[in-house]
Design a protein around this ligand. Structure first.
Ligand code: GDP
Ligand code: MG
Length: 204
């Protein structure tokens, strides 16, 4: 059976990498077999424990992720299980980034959303709550939403719901992206993961 791909996409620093690692763990992955695909096509893989993967691969510096990083999951669907390759991507920007490596990684991320069965589009609800939708969301968020809206497996994940400003941010995200599936989560505290898992199982 073909393995379906689910892509985690969004601006830099919204929490995509931490979500991918913690959600894989929530879905039962213990040792993380992470496959890396560089923008130039080179592939490699590593096996990491969850804590080490999170400490090494996620972090506050922008554009930390510059390649595709995927983890395979098995999800119960009906009476059987489905395989999903969850693909973490490098962060999108609204402008043409000066660093060619970042530009290539962004092109690689965008190519992923064309073919993926599932698109998890992450935004930082706390940033939106603090700075408003204009500063907290990017043009690129509206473009992804527009592109993906007809797809069954498309959801917006409003992340960082553990932070105080996020409640207001979630309201703003709901009004900006009315009509889309919006799931509030905290990648750090594993909040909302049950709902994401249900959505994913339904979409596959
Ligand atoms: N408070 C809080 N911080 C988070 C959450 N998710 C991610 N972060 C932090 O946001 C920063 C960026 O996370 P990362 O996963 O590297 O973001 P990426 O660039 O989208 O992959 C890191 O410092 C994370 O610890 C969350 O749910 N709550
Ligand atoms: Mg990342």
């Amino acid at each position: 059976m073909a393995v379906q791909q689910g892509v985690v996409i969004g601006k830099t620093n919204v929490g995509k990498t931490l979500f991918t690692i913690n959600f894989a763990s929530y879905c039962g992955v213990q040792e993380m077999h992470i496959s890396f695909r560089e923008p130039d096509g080179r592939r490699s893989s590593r096996v990491l424990q969850r804590e080490d993967a999170a400490a090494e691969l996620a972090g506050p510096e922008p554009h930390k992720t510059r390649r595709l990083q995927s983890i395979s999951l098995e999800l119960p669907v009906g009476k059987g299980t489905r395989h999903l390759e969850l693909v973490d991507t490098s962060g999108l920007t609204d402008y043409v980034h000066r660093d060619v490596e970042v530009r290539r990684a962004i092109a690689q991320s965008l190519a992923m959303i064309r073919d993926a069965a599932l698109i998890l589009h992450m935004v930082d609800a706390a940033l939106v709550g603090e700075s408003g939708p204009v500063a907290g969301l990017g043009e690129v968020d509206y473009q992804v939403a527009q592109f993906a809206q007809m797809r069954r497996g498309y959801a917006i994940l409003a992340n960082k719901m553990d932070l105080p400003a996020a409640a207001r941010g979630l309201e703003l995200v709901r009004s900006e992206f009315a009509g889309h599936v919006i799931l509030p989560v905290s990648a750090l505290h594993w909040l909302g993961f049950r709902e994401v898992k249900q959505f994913v199982a339904h979409a596959l």
